[in-house]
Design a protein around this ligand. Structure first.
Ligand code: OFO
Length: 172
């Protein structure tokens, strides 16, 4: 049985994972409006990633004998100044989520809740991957633009078009 406080915090995190999907939906739409279908594809895949993060936590809360309680999801920012800005904001967001996950781990440790601490380990590793991935794309875009100007964005657009969703179960 997890504590009431931990359940509330996990509920909050489910909300943040779904918010992340919403944030990336805005970025996908912005990319589409710029004619960058590859960028759009990357963010559409990211929406699936985020919903799978939420679903995993949803199952954990519901299976622990408690119940997921949904909360409001605010509108995300929708204006971005450039393709580079999209990925700068993505990386910033993922760093924020990493801090949230780390805070949850701290709480699990304080409560000596080994089961939840173990459960969260998957998210700790996933966040490392998320930051690495977003940071890697950001570096690639910056480099491509530096070397090729506007053509650099098209090169990266083609690269991002190749991203496919790998369900988390397939990664373990
Ligand atoms: Fe759920 O990892 Fe991104 O936000």
């Amino acid at each position: 049985m997890i504590s009431k406080k931990m359940t509330e915090r996990l509920n909050r995190q489910i909300n943040r994972e779904i918010y992340s999907a919403y944030l990336y939906a805005g970025m996908a739409s912005k990319s589409a409006s710029l004619g960058l279908k590859g960028f759009e594809n990357w963010f559409l895949v990211q929406i699936k990633e985020e919903l799978s993060h939420a679903k995993r936590m949803y199952d954990y809360v519901n299976e622990s004998g408690d119940r997921v309680m949904l909360q409001d999801i605010e509108a995300p920012p929708q204006e971005y100044s450039s393709p580079i800005d999209l990925f700068e904001k993505t990386l910033e967001h993922e760093k924020r989520v990493t801090r949230m996950i780390n805070d949850l781990v701290t709480l699990a440790k304080q409560e000596k809740d080994k089961t939840t601490e173990g459960f969260l380990q998957w998210y700790v590793e996933e966040q490392e991957e998320e930051e690495e991935h977003a940071g890697g794309v950001l570096e690639k875009i910056k480099k491509a633009v530096e070397d090729n100007g506007d053509k650099g964005v098209s090169i990266i657009n083609e690269y991002l078009a190749r991203r496919v969703f790998t369900p988390p179960e397939a990664k373990v």
